[in-house]
Design a protein around this ligand. Structure first.
Ligand SMILES: *Cc1c(COP(=O)(O)O)cnc(C)c1O
Length: 437
């Protein structure tokens, strides 16, 4: 292939990707679709500039308007989360977590976190799993006790475990809440005083549930006793891809240093400005969006359960977040189911679930799949549409119907949902490809 052919090929693939997603059911729980306004910011010249440091104290000239937008961005983030302090610079959720580790713990300190089958994220992980906490910052990670029936951290057993660690001279330095398989609010209120009694820094990783917290429908960690809160800005929040740290003035200087120069040089100024737009959208539309997301997740879980699927978290009503987790071992495994669904244009991800590691299953062929409804909610779907979504999933996994037939139905179904809702300006189609050449 000549260089010119490779060059053209890139654009051809991009256009095909856009068309594909425009005809699909995007159900990856960590994804969302940004508004046309967010996309406009992303192609602006801000993306070509450096603005190291803090507004008004930059390392470079040329930052007049960048500084003004960044101040707006910080104010909007503080307002959205009722926070004393916001650092809007981390380019991703992992880097936001790394900045917190760097500010509040030294290598060899111990951190409490959820294990991965219990919902934890690889950025909270151990060194032997190449987790950021262990591999990059040298933390020793200990897991919370987890109750697989409740699908939540076990408060009493966790307290016992931490008391024992204190007795053994291994007092944790940090406690991480939040996760990637995240159905129910974590017991922050129930554990915060206990953890603080041992001088443990508490961080809440809201990467997945940031938009739900902003919309007031999940939990309110900053009022429940956490010291800091980290997040991604593109999962239940409205994008762009990015990170955010929130906290109290008492920790401001430590966090600022840890973000710059500690863990970033350029903080991707176009992403920062696009976060500002997304925070404004969330302040205006976040409550109705978040309520619809949770209602949709519950409706999808109930429909799937009615159809015979083993939906996790049944004792607690399946879900209080944007996610639904399904044990698919009756049919196959999470890896095969993910691939079969993709053939029918239903995009989900396989998921390690409690019990997988003990049973010898691994990340490629785990016991479950995870479904997220944020993106299809943003496209305007309501509870009645969730029944249809559940039905398409059933046709693939249980009925084993022909993938092409289901694909056609999905494409027709999607024609009613072409634009991004819950935003100020929705002129451009959600997946419309913008050609600038
Ligand atoms: C997705 C996720 C992250 C990582 O976020 P990025 O923005 O992709 O770096 C961190 N923590 C949790 C719990 C996540 O689910």
């Amino acid at each position: 292939m000549s260089v010119k052919e490779s060059y053209s090929d890139i654009f051809e693939k991009l256009e095909r990707h856009h068309k594909w997603f425009n005809e699909s059911l995007p159900l990856i729980a960590s994804e969302n679709i940004p508004s046309p306004a967010v996309r406009e910011v992303l192609v602006s010249d801000f993306g070509n500039r450096y603005a190291e440091g803090w507004p008004g104290e930059r390392v470079y000239a040329g930052c007049t308007y960048i500084d003004e937008v960044e101040v707006i961005c910080m104010r909007l983030a503080q307002k959205l989360y009722n926070a004393e302090f916001a650092d809007v610079r981390p380019p991703s959720g992992v880097l936001a977590n790394l900045a917190i580790y760097s500010a509040f713990a030294r290598p060899h300190d111990i951190m409490m976190a959820p294990s991965i089958p219990a919902g934890g994220h690889i950025s909270h992980g151990k060194r032997e799993h190449a987790g950021t906490a262990g591999l990059v910052h040298g933390l020793d990670v200990e897991f919370y006790s987890f109750d697989a029936t409740q699908m939540n951290i076990d408060v009493d057993k966790t307290k016992q475990k931490v008391r024992q660690m204190v007795q053994d001279g291994r007092t944790p330095k940090m406690a991480m809440f939040g996760g990637s398989l995240f159905l129910f609010p974590h017991p922050v209120k129930e554990l915060a005083d206990f953890l603080k009694g041992h001088d443990i820094h508490i961080n809440y990783d809201a990467a997945h549930v940031a938009g739900l917290i902003a919309g007031g429908v999940f939990q309110d960690p900053l009022r429940e006793g956490v010291d800091t809160m980290t997040m991604s800005t593109h999962k239940t929040l409205f994008g762009p891809q990015g990170g955010l740290i929130l906290g109290f003035e008492r920790h401001m200087e430590d966090i600022k240093k840890s973000v710059f120069p500690g863990t970033t040089s350029s903080h991707h100024i176009h992403h920062m400005a696009a976060k500002a737009v997304a925070f404004a959208e969330m302040l205006e539309f976040g409550v109705s969006y978040a309520q619809q997301v949770v209602a949709n997740a519950k409706a999808l879980a109930e429909s799937l359960s009615d159809m015979g699927f083993k939906v996790l978290g049944e004792d607690n009503g399946f879900t209080k977040s944007h996610q639904v987790a399904v044990n698919v071992l009756d049919y196959s495994d999470g890896g095969n189911v993910e691939a079969d669904l993709e053939k029918a244009n239903i995009i989900v991800n396989r998921q390690l679930i409690p019990g997988d590691i003990k049973a010898g299953r691994n990340y490629f062929h785990p016991g479950g799949i995870r479904l997220g409804v944020s993106e299809i909610t943003r496209l305007g779907m309501k509870e009645s549409a969730m029944k249809e979504v559940a039905n398409y999933i059933k046709q693939v996994i249980i009925d084993k119907k022909n993938a092409d037939t289901i694909k056609d139905s999905v494409r027709l179904f999607r024609q009613d949902y072409q634009n991004v809702q819950y935003c100020f300006d929705g002129k451009l189609g959600a997946y419309e490809y913008i050609k600038l050449r």
